[in-house]
Design a protein around this ligand. Sequence first.
Ligand code: MGD
Ligand code: MGD
Ligand code: MO
Length: 676
Amino acid sequence: MKVKTACPIDCYDACAFIAEVGDDEEIRLSGNPDHPITRGTICNRGRQLAVRRNSRDRVLHPMKKHNGEWVQISWEQALREIAQEVERTLAEVGHHGILHYYDWGSGGLLKALNQRFFYGLGGCSEAIGSLCWDAGLRAQTYDFGQANSHSPEDMAEHAQAIVVWGRNVANTNVHMMPFIRAAQARGAKLVVISALPQDAARRADKVIYPRPGTDGLLALAALRICRDEGWIDLEFVRDAAVGWEALAEDLDRYDPAEVARWTDVPLHDIRFLAELYGRTAPVCTLLGIGLQRYAQGGQTVRAIDALAAATGHVGVPGGGVNYAQRQLSIFYDEEAITHRRRADVREMLRPTLAADIAQADPPVQVMFVTRSNPIAQVPDASRLRKAMEGIRCKVVIDTFMTATAACADYVLPCTNVLEEEDVVYTTMWHDCVSYARPVVPPRGEAKVDWQIFRDLATAMGRPEIMEGDVDSWIRAALRRWPAERIEELRDRGFVRLGVPGVPWQDKKFFTPSGKFEFASSLAVRDGHSAVARIDVERFPEDAELPYTLLTVHPRKWQMSQRDTLPEAREPYPVAELGAEVAADRGIQDGDLVRVRNARASVIARARVQAEGHPRVVRLEIGWHGQGVSLNDFTPAALADFGIQAALYDCLCDVEKVSSPHENARATGTEALAGRV
Ligand SMILES: Nc1nc2c(c(=O)[nH]1)N[C@H]1C(S)=C(S)[C@@H](COP(=O)(O)OP(=O)(O)OC[C@H]3O[C@@H](n4cnc5c(=O)[nH]c(N)nc54)[C@H](O)[C@@H]3O)O[C@H]1N2
Ligand SMILES: Nc1nc2c(c(=O)[nH]1)N[C@H]1C(S)=C(S)[C@@H](COP(=O)(O)OP(=O)(O)OC[C@H]3O[C@@H](n4cnc5c(=O)[nH]c(N)nc54)[C@H](O)[C@@H]3O)O[C@H]1N2
Ligand SMILES: [Mo]
């Protein structure tokens, strides 16, 4: 039997699946070949969803922690006890005493119904802001009015050069690669600018490895060269933009020779970049999320926007500064199913969650976690562990006993996407949306999230909060769609919404001036400089911690969702070390090393990298073991714009601890490593 369904993973690509079910509910997932973007191929993360569905380690029953041990309980008991905890909290401190922490572990539209339960109680405390991409979104809001991307086909057909700037395309956005290859086959050049070595660099005509967090300087120095050489699109800056003069004057701050020293990018490469943007047309920039996870991450994105805009690559086929795809929000009405506007919500910030919980008045008495694994993903995670200890009742809804679930009092088993009906609507890139339908029945006693909240509402005598059914909710949230389109979505398994493939072609922007804003009035309103500005004083320096630790997205799995992979059983994570780190510390491939900073330390297996910035250490996020989450290393600091965690402003040191031979005898890694 073949079923059309969809991948709900938080990702650029958002694949449409074909699922084939064999004996014993064995499931084989492949890509839907009709999908115009993902074209029948899927990645290992997608395939793992079938393995996760059938995994032995999956949580199949409601669990309660009793004297530190997990015991299986009935749904009836779980719901009754949790309902009592919620009611007690409402009576003692009111709805702000209930915290709902969620993220985008599933991109199903109906997952928003989780929020509806809490809004239906009158409100709650809720985590807002982003561990992901908010500084960059805000930067593009200042410049363009909204973060819009070109269609992949437009890039493939028209770009003369593609600059992959801080996006790990070959791993985090795999379906971009065929479009890049198509452009290259036409003769387009590929340039990769990355702090870390990247698979896509093998296909590149040019690779630049800047010091982490300094790309804004690089962009502004290149723009200064363009200004001095007269490589500016004068028509664009005069007719379609405001503030070019102010920025042009400000560029005097960025002497290319000095910038070369700060960024570790040779002067001739800064010149190369200037020539590329100044003298090639059109240039398509594919901007990643990584480079805005710094104290000046928002300014960095503005600097790159400015470079591309001033040299004439905005609003033209084959151009664009492609960071996110916000043209799609008009198609969905989440409010219609969540009713958030009626609720009284106390906001806490994802990047500083531990401190916000610790300071909360009234205090948080009950915490719910859905679609997320914050102990693995929130910066300075050990503080969050402590903050959670102070919360009377913690409920985690998930399919596995995650690092966060381990800190909970109740774990409630939810369905895997292959057991659900939903509209999967989150993509960070293209304009397709997919339909998920049940391929197999729920395993064990698992229930879909909305059903868990409906049952909880019923246990509280408040069933009206979760009134409705799948069909009526989908029609309400998609109420702006013609009815035929919903039918098409169900029949084909996906639809293409059809947004402009070349945003801003009419040179009308969503900014207050209606133009591209090199000088932004909204930035000034928010307390920032009017024009993109990078301040070298704000780059972190610490003589004791000479290297930058980048805890980036894993190649083979999605964030912490690695339970079904062999890596999950490895006692040591792999630390990829830049060439200077290895040379300074006398480390060779395969050595066991200690990576440490003031917050944490971990024993890792070294892999020395010839490529990449030489003073960078890479650990793939989502690993946990030795009593640590890799986010024990990261600071709970905010980036400049929006509400964004500056996760990559993280310094560290590395030392060799023993040879691989001693590894076999290395016992008690807990004693060697841990939270400091
Ligand atoms: N395989 C896989 N794919 C994923 C995910 C996953 O977990 N695994 N997660 C999904 C999600 S949630 C997201 S947000 C996206 C993220 O997708 P990406 O933006 O591609 O990945 P990140 O891990 O956020 O950022 C890492 C990249 O940023 C670069 N980088 C870091 N700092 C700098 C810098 O200062 N300058 C420059 N030039 N480059 C820098 C690194 O070299 C690396 O290539 O991926 C999605 N896709
Ligand atoms: N140090 C560091 N930290 C980071 C990042 C980084 O690059 N470095 N990246 C950040 C980014 S970009 C992001 S997006 C966040 C991601 O943060 P999270 O979204 O918390 O990441 P995951 O580890 O994927 O955890 C998702 C959890 O949701 C569960 N889940 C999946 N589907 C469902 C469902 O339908 N219902 C329920 N109830 N649960 C479900 C999964 O089993 C998994 O345990 O992490 C951020 N944290
Ligand atoms: Mo993300």
